[in-house]
Write a protein that binds this ligand. Structure first.
Ligand code: GLU
Length: 297
């Protein structure tokens, strides 16, 4: 059997908040409970959205919570050659085409891209333009380890999604799949905000796996999101509060309780390390709630 390899893949667009702690902790415990490795990959692929110093602060925060990763941290910003190499191969093989449609044009067609530019010649395309995947075999459902069968609309599953953006940045869907494959990730445990796009990642995975890059199929587990009273996801965009390092123990206990893992009164007297060790042996994915949970600081 392949050894379990999990990962936590934060984007350095701000400090870690309670929702990110839940994702980090869930992926860490699942990896450790399966005697696996837990990697950290910094998804610094989108400089305009990045905050100076955030990547370093994220790593220091993980360490402060005693969430220690295996091996070196991978930085997507240092992997452009690898991404371009595989993108070139997709272009060469005819699985990628340029698209100069504006968001407005796509919205007026219903919001999902209709393949408008697929047969445009180079001279007909405006520059700059994005690059889209020729999606002939879209995955429309998969089995989530926690949530069971997840299905998406056929039109969404078969959309020719973007691999490289008009602004020249690699799209998240491309790099996440290339990295998960190249790093030999066996299990992805992350927040449910990425539930639907998992189908796209599987679509691209299946294509690359046919010859470009060898990898074993990946298992997915999507954790409940932490939301505010008014139903918004705790996120950097809506200014979720940064994790307070003076409150590490209580935040860790809250994160365990959030995932409906066992928490008892005397856990307060343990060190973070002891707590994580115990939580690893008691990790039970069947108790994790399936719905988003409200979290108040
Ligand atoms: N970088 C993404 C985020 O911070 C997570 C990607 C993933 O886990 O696949 O939302």
């Amino acid at each position: 059997m392949t050894q379990y390899r999990g990962r936590f893949a934060p984007s350095p667009s701000g400090d870690l908040h309670f929702g990110s702690l839940v994702a980090a902790l869930g992926s860490y415990l699942d990896a450790k409970a399966n005697h696996g490795q837990w990697l950290v990959r910094m998804e610094d692929i989108d400089p305009p959205r990045e905050v100076a110093g955030a990547a370093e602060a994220i790593l220091r925060t993980l360490e402060a919570f005693e969430l220690h990763w295996d091996g070196e941290v991978a930085y997507q910003s240092q992997r452009h050659d690898f991404y371009q190499h595989h993108l070139d191969r997709l272009i060469q093989d005819g699985f990628c085409y340029g698209c100069d449609c504006t968001r407005k044009m796509i919205m007026s067609g219903g919001g999902l891209y209709q393949g408008t530019c697929q047969h445009k010649s180079k001279s007909e395309l405006a520059t700059p333009h994005s690059l889209r995947f020729v999606n002939n075999n879209g995955v429309s459902s998969f089995e989530d380890r926690l949530l069971g069968k997840i299905s998406v609309e056929g039109e969404f599953a078969n959309e020719d999604f973007i691999l490289k953006r008009k602004d020249g940045l690699y799209a998240y869907q491309l790099v996440v799949v290339l990295d998960d494959m190249e790093q030999g990730i066996t299990d992805v445990v992350r927040g449910s905000d990425l539930l639907e796009v998992t189908t796209r990642q599987m679509t691209l995975f299946n294509h690359l796996q046919k010859g470009q890059l060898k990898a074993e199929p990946i298992n997915y587990l999507h954790l409940p999101l932490a939301i505010t009273d008014n139903g918004l996801k705790l996120s950097k965009q809506n200014h979720a509060k940064a994790l307070d390092l003076d409150e590490r123990k209580s935040l860790m206990l809250k994160a365990l309780a959030f995932l409906d893992q066992r928490v008892e009164d005397d856990y307060r007297d343990m060190s973070l390390q002891q707590l994580l060790q115990l939580a690893t042996t008691q990790w039970n994915i069947h108790s994790i709630p399936k719905e988003a949970q409200v979290f108040n600081y």
